[in-house]
Design a protein around this ligand. Structure first.
Ligand code: GAR
Length: 211
C-alpha cells in the first residue's frame, strides 16, 4: 500500500484558534501574524468556555470570537457539527488548538486531517494527556519540552511538526517547569503555523518533513 502524502498549502491562510483558557499561545501566534512573520489571518477565536481569558483578549484585539456551550447540545457530535459549520462559513484553512481542553471525536479529527494542529507541553509520545509537567517530574526525566503535532484520531499521537527541549532542574516545581516549557511553546507554535502556510510541511506517513 502506498504511503499517504500531504503537502501544506502555500497561501495566505485563514486560521481558527480554539482555546479553553489563558490564551498565551493564541497571543504568540497573533503577535507573529501582526509582526508579518506568518502569512495568515485569524478568522475566528472559538471557545467552549464562556469565561476563557483568551476569549476576552481576542475581543480586546478586535478579533471575531465565538462561544458555543457544549452543554447546550445533546451530544459531543452535535456541538462539533455546530462548530464545523462556523469554521466552514469562514473558509478556515487551519484549526489551531491552543489549550483547547476538549477531546474531539474521530469524525471531527478525520474531517480536519492535516488541517488541525495542537500543542502539548511534553515531548510526545512521552506523557500524553493531562497534568503532564507533574507526570514528567514524578517520572524523573532530565529533559522535557513541548510538541506541536497534527491532530489525528489518536489523542496526542499525530505526526510531529516541531519539538523543543528544556532541562528539568532538581528544584523544579510544576510551575517552574511549566513556565520554562511555555516559553518554548511560544516559539515553536508560531513557527509551525508559519511553515504550514509557506507550503513547507510535507507529511509522509508519521513523519513531517520540513522543506
Ligand atoms: C499550554 O501549556 C498547552 O501546551 C497546554 O495548555 C496550555 C495552554 O496555555 N495544552 C494541553 O495541555 C493540551 N493537551 P495557553 O492557554 O496559555 O496557551
Amino acid at each position: 500500500m502506498s504511503e499517504e502524502v500531504f503537502v501544506s498549502p502555500k497561501k495566505k491562510g485563514k486560521i481558527a484558534v480554539f482555546l479553553s483558557g489563558r490564551g498565551s499561545n493564541f497571543m504568540a501566534i497573533h503577535d507573529a501574524i501582526l509582526a508579518g512573520k506568518i502569512n495568515a489571518e485569524i478568522a475566528l477565536v472559538f471557545s467552549d468556555k464562556k469565561d476563557a481569558p483568551g476569549l476576552r483578549i481576542a475581543e480586546e484585539r478586535n478579533l471575531e470570537t465565538l462561544f458555543l456551550d457544549p452543554k447546550a447540545y445533546p451530544s459531543r457530535e452535535a456541538h462539533e457539527k455546530a462548530v464545523t459549520q462556523e469554521i466552514r462559513k469562514r473558509d478556515v484553512d487551519l484549526v489551531v488548538l491552543a489549550g483547547y481542553m476538549r477531546i474531539l471525536s474521530p469524525s471531527f479529527c478525520n474531517e480536519l486531517k492535516y488541517c488541525m494542529m495542537n500543542i502539548h507541553p511534553a515531548l510526545l509520545p512521552s506523557f500524553p494527556g493531562l497534568h503532564v509537567q507533574k507526570k514528567a517530574l514524578e517520572w524523573g526525566v532530565k529533559y522535557s519540552g513541548a510538541t506541536v503535532h497534527f491532530v489525528t484520531v489518536d489523542v496526542d499521537m499525530g505526526p510531529i511538526i516541531l519539538q523543543a527541549v528544556v532541562p528539568v532542574l532538581q528544584d523544579d516545581s510544576e510551575e517552574t517547569l511549566s513556565e520554562r516549557i511555555l516559553k518554548e511553546e511560544h516559539k515553536i507554535y508560531p513557527e509551525s503555523v508559519r511553515l504550514y502556510f509557506e507550503g513547507k510541511l510535507e507529511v509522509r506517513g508519521r513523519r513531517v518533513f520540513i522543506g
